[in-house]
Design a binder for this molecule. Structure first.
Ligand SMILES: Nc1ncnc2c1ncn2[C@@H]1O[C@H](COP(=O)(O)OP(=O)(O)OP(=O)(O)O)[C@@H](O)[C@H]1O
Length: 232
């Protein structure tokens, strides 16, 4: 397993949000995390990055335990993170936003990696523009480019298509597919659009009330499972 969690419970204050959570992501695969609002999907991402108040249990990347590693070391070990809401710095240029990702590189390189501009021609022509001037879809591209600048082995994406115009949702999905299938970057993403999840995911992980309630190959994400855990 490239990334694994074994019986992890993660807290905000004294409240456990993720409970006894175990799963793994194989090298080169794409895992889609599904579940209703508030079940703990963002908390899962933040737990992997070491951003919750406290967690117990084991989290490992390539077999290396990162339970007590600070966030920047997790990034250096190859975990890229695209947070919900993107976390773009609007007052900074596109170039500066991407370069922020390079600060967490394991090899100390400080130029924009080729893949960022190859994947996102819109960014390439806007490097000196203020990031705040980009469209919603371009801001999401920027958040992905910044995470790619870390040179990640695995990319965590929290609702990458949220707040994106419907016609761009498909485009973001195709970008992620290219990163996964062509560039071999392992993906763990939360996704509200079932169609996107089905197209991208090798496997799914259904979360309810902070626990894994179903998981398996995407072909096993039946309408019954969706009805039980996703419809209100
Ligand atoms: N910083 C925080 N402090 C305290 N409680 C929090 C914090 N962040 C989230 N929670 C609580 O943790 C639970 C899970 O939230 P989380 O954001 O992980 O869910 P989610 O599945 O990502 O939902 P959404 O799809 O709405 O983002 C919620 O009950 C939420 O109120």
């Amino acid at each position: 397993m490239l990334l694994s969690m074994d019986r992890v419970t993660s807290y905000y204050g004294k409240t456990p949000i993720l409970k006894d959570f175990s799963f793994g992501v194989q090298q080169g695969k794409c895992v889609c995390v599904l579940g209703r609002n508030g079940v703990g999907k963002t908390t899962l991402m933040r737990t992997i990055m070491g951003l919750t108040d406290r967690s117990v249990g084991d989290i490992a990347i390539e077999g290396q335990n990162i339970n007590s590693s600070p966030t920047y070391l997790r990034a250096k070990l190859g975990i890229g993170y695209v947070p919900q809401g993107r976390g773009i710095l609007s007052e900074f240029t596109v170039r500066e936003n991407i370069l922020l990702g390079t600060f967490a590189r394991h090899d100390g390189r400080s130029e924009i990696p080729e893949i960022c501009l190859q994947m996102f021609p819109d960014l390439k022509v806007s490097l000196d523009r203020r990031a705040g001037l980009l469209s919603g879809g371009q801001k999401q591209q920027l958040a992905i480019a910044r995470a790619l600048a870390v040179d990640p082995k695995i990319l965590l994406l929290d609702e990458p298509t949220e707040g994106i115009q419907p016609n761009i949702v498909h485009e973001i999905g195709e970008t992620l597919l290219t990163l996964n299938r062509k560039f071999g970057i392992t993906l763990l993403l939360t996704e509200q659009h079932i169609r996107v999840a089905r197209r991208l995911g090798d496997t799914f992980l259904m979360v309810d009330n902070g626990r894994v309630v179903a998981n398996g190959p995407m072909a096993e994400l039946t309408d019954g499972v969706i009805h039980k855990y996703l419809t209100i």
